[in-house]
Design a protein around this ligand. Sequence first.
Ligand SMILES: CC1=C(CCC(=O)O)c2cc3nc(cc4[nH]c(cc5[nH]c(cc1n2)c(C)c5CCC(=O)O)c(CCC(=O)O)c4C)C(CCC(=O)O)=C3C
Ligand SMILES: [Fe+2]
Length: 359
Amino acid sequence: MQPYDAILLLSFGGPEAPEEVVPFLRRVTAGRGIPDERLEQVGQHYFLFGGRSPINDQNRALIAALRTELDSRGESVPVIWGNRNSAPFLADTLREAHDAGLRRLVAVTTSAYSSYSSCRQYREDLAAAVDELRDEGREVRVDKIAPYAPRPGFQSANAGRLVEALRTLDGTPDEEVALLFVTHSVPAAMDETSGPGDGDGHLYQRQHLALASALTEEANAALGRSLVGELVFCSRSGPPQQPWLEPDVNDRLRELAAEGRSAVVAAPIGFVSDHMEVAYDLDTEAAATARELGLRFVRAATPGTDPAFVADLVDAVAERAAEARGEQVPDFEGRMPSVCASGCCPNLRAPKPALCGED
Ligand SMILES: CC1=C(CCC(=O)O)c2cc3nc(cc4[nH]c(cc5[nH]c(cc1n2)c(C)c5CCC(=O)O)c(CCC(=O)O)c4C)C(CCC(=O)O)=C3C
Ligand SMILES: [Fe+2]
């Protein structure tokens, strides 16, 4: 993996004990204008799960899977792990890395799409951590792989999991099955400005729609169905007067029941693992809504440690390393640059320095 000394798995973070819930929520929402009522509700979601988010264990499993894949390729490059909002904190990870002699890292985020929340915010936190270390006299350099939702492995992992979910509805006619691709809602203004500034924006939604349509086609072909998929949203936050992407999955379930559907497959393509947004917002809340409506609710798995997904992440790292060495890398539909364009997915509140981009 020349020129890289280590692969940095960079994630959102989550609490692992009840006393960590409130400090975690404060860190996530600092300066983001989230109403107190919303914070209390989200705190309850975590307390319902004993104050422990599944996300860190899922990242430990992903690191183990990456290790196995790297070993099988004869790659001894270490995989280290830092979070934005909980221990192991990114700056601590970088400090330890530097002390161990690791100077040039390549970051893989647990977030697949282009948008401020799913890309630039990670880049801002990288810049802040690298600055903090520089103040201590520790120089580290961090590159990043591009948003990987358009990559073939992300698609094939999601396709396999969708087909598996749909198989549980063998015998239910197409007209009765609703196929919902689910992702995290974001403010409409964040979606509008997502992508390189010279593009048409809405890249967050466009990447989801492209994947949803490819997955629908693949699942229909595999199962001899002609389902029509649609994109819906979960985990809306922010003040009620601020427009966020819609429809909310629960609202859509009500309409689908009224239209005479009997079953729903929810494919959470916006998420890399079954963390709290999936465990609460889908498996708890949306599943309860479906139950009340008499709808059968089947949730497709997220990529998690799917071998096709893990192998593709390692390919993405190998391609980034080749690029850093000045070599050509393969192109594919929707491929994003590994160095973000200036002004890509802007911070609309308080612009800050960010790594891995032209600005
Ligand atoms: C696009 C997107 C992803 C997917 C990409 C990615 O994975 O990064 C994501 C992931 C996650 N979001 C997470 C948790 C939270 N997100 C919040 C708030 C917000 N998320 C936003 C967007 C996203 N979020 C936005 C626009 C806000 C509003 C505040 C703001 O404008 O920044 C809040 C505050 C409370 C609330 O308002 O919900 C919490 C607690 C966790 C951890 C889960 C766990 O613990 O298992 C994960 C993986
Ligand atoms: Fe979030």
